[in-house]
Design a protein around this ligand. Structure first.
Ligand SMILES: [Zn+2]
Length: 203
């Protein structure tokens, strides 16, 4: 399980009954949660297959682009279907294989939307809407902000903490994808050489 925004996000509108943001009607059902990302890369939260990748002008086949705008739905390997809605653009096509963290589109405001955000919805195979915040293990509360943990805070053992913080602060530990590494990763001989080379430069 990964978060839909790697660099963090804010809960703009929770799952459940709320005042409709467009009509102002009280007690209208909100079947997902609205998230505003700290960046606009929307990522798959689980491994799975793209069920639908729809453009806003598509009609028919029961799609809901009038409401959801450009959207992507993913059938996760855990049997949950996640909907990523109001996208500015889509990076995947129907039946594509995705892994947790794959950028599936760019956050936008297409469809029935009042500003740039991600409408994130989770369903079981029967189509029942589930609490997407429980699924992400975050509070279902407007204003909640999720920030990514620093890698060494999340993973480092006490015996390695000082060394890891030193290596991180001097840029020695950076991986091919920048700061995107896990402390348990194996390193190849090439990567070890790069790390030694960087260490030599700062010593
Ligand atoms: Zn929404």
């Amino acid at each position: 399980m990964k978060m839909p925004f790697k660099k963090g996000f804010r809960v703009a509108s929770p799952f459940g009954y709320r005042t409709d943001p467009i009509t102002g009607a009280a007690g209208s059902w909100h079947g997902g949660v609205d998230l505003v990302g700290n960046d606009r890369n929307v990522r798959a939260v689980t491994d799975g297959y793209v069920l639908r990748s729809r453009k806003v002008e598509d009609t028919g086949n029961g799609d809901r682009t009038w409401e959801w705008g450009n959207y992507v739905s993913v059938m996760g390997d855990d049997g949950r279907i996640c909907f990523y809605c109001h996208l500015e653009s889509r990076n995947v096509e129907s039946y594509d294989r995705v892994t947790a963290g794959t950028v599936i589109g760019i956050e936008g405001s297409t469809g029935r939307s009042t500003g740039i955000h991600l409408h994130f919805e989770v369903r079981d195979p029967a189509g029942k809407q589930l609490d997407p915040c429980a699924y992400l293990k975050i509070p279902n509360r407007a204003g909640y902000e999720w920030d990514p943990p620093e890698p060494w805070e999340a993973e480092a053992h006490d015996w390695s903490r000082e060394a890891v913080e030193w290596a991180v602060s001097r840029g020695i530990l950076k991986g091919k994808g920048g700061d995107n590494y896990a402390l348990g990763d194996f390193v190849t001989r090439e990567e070890l050489c790069v790390m030694l080379y960087r260490a030599r430069e700062v010593l």
